[in-house]
Ligand binder design. Sequence first.
Ligand SMILES: C=CC1=C(C)c2cc3[nH]c(cc4nc(cc5[nH]c(cc1n2)c(C)c5CCC(=O)O)C(CCC(=O)O)=C4C)c(C)c3C=C
Ligand code: FE2
Length: 353
Amino acid sequence: MLFRSCGKTASTSFTGSTKHELSLHGNVKPLQLAANGSSRLAYRSLVLKNQWNLSASSSSANAVTTFDDDEVVPSSVSDEKIGVLLLNLGGPETLDDVQPFLFNLFADPDIIRLPRLFRFLQRPLAKLISTFRAPKSKEGYASIGGGSPLRKITDEQANALKIALEKKNLNANIYVGMRYWYPFTEEAIDQIKKDKITKLVVLPLYPQYSISTSGSSIRVLQDIVKEDSYFSGLPISIIESWYQRDGYVKSMADLIEKELSAFSNPEEVMIFFSAHGVPLTYVEDAGDPYRDQMEDCIALIMGELRSRGILNSYTLAYQSRVGPVQWLKPYTDEVLVELGQKGVKSLLAVPVR
Ligand SMILES: C=CC1=C(C)c2cc3[nH]c(cc4nc(cc5[nH]c(cc1n2)c(C)c5CCC(=O)O)C(CCC(=O)O)=C4C)c(C)c3C=C
Ligand SMILES: [Fe+2]
């Protein structure tokens, strides 16, 4: 089986192709917290209703902040100090970091979702699972050079975003906040406060929303905002998901088109979308929109490819399952075997998360 991988993230093109997303003008409403702090979905809709004078001020899970071109006010002529907080997962930088990184991950109640009554077990369980998982995890990180590249990539994205905004005459401080490793979200939050930022845009670097990724990072912010008078008075705008943005869809299609052309028989190649999974209960019991957004995302990318006359067959499968519970199906390892059995000879692997 011929195998190529389409490995670039599309975030850089996303920032470059988005028009005036950070125009800061009009009626600014500070973010307020949902009365029912325990409901993550209630919080999400409330956040969207409180964004600044948004053209997309609905409570749709897909809403993003957009402004009309003529609303752009160069930040240099206002007193505003704009901050953009990029949220990401974080990853161990060395093999010694792996177990403590895994501990942080499994201690997150949005990752290991215990019933409230059993929450006191969260940290002992995290210790146990992280110790048990660490050797397998270390093997993986050793095979990619001994650590995660995520911090470097995220810093590069932050620099690219800074430059793209400057080209639009928007001067913003960019912050990186990781959920499970350095630089932690809490460090970024401290810096934002020190810098006396007056408006904050929060951009999780996950194209699709999941309770376990963007949801978890936003919950950390929610907890801080609740307790801190500076943050509770700060206008905050959250971009929940951006897989549906034209810039993202087109840049993914560009990458796929380019990689397909490197095969000797491009039209015979199966496009294999590979996504990180979540346990099935997230979607079926907790209402995680992740699977729907992922399917929507693939449909948009394939629609763009079809409009360019690229008619290849494609499939979506989920990887990275951990533990004994059922995760989103189909599983990547099983689908690969099936495709081989069906006689598929060439595959273009496209990571979509
Ligand atoms: C056990 C639960 C996990 C859930 C739920 C989960 C969701 C989820 N994760 C990502 C993206 C990434 N995960 C990464 C590593 C990673 N994830 C888990 C577990 C869950 N993820 C573990 C145990 C690990 C560590 C590696 C391993 O042992 O397999 C990473 C890599 C980070 C890095 O080091 O660079 C990413 C990225 C998404 C998108 C997601 C839900 C949609
Ligand atoms: Fe993960």
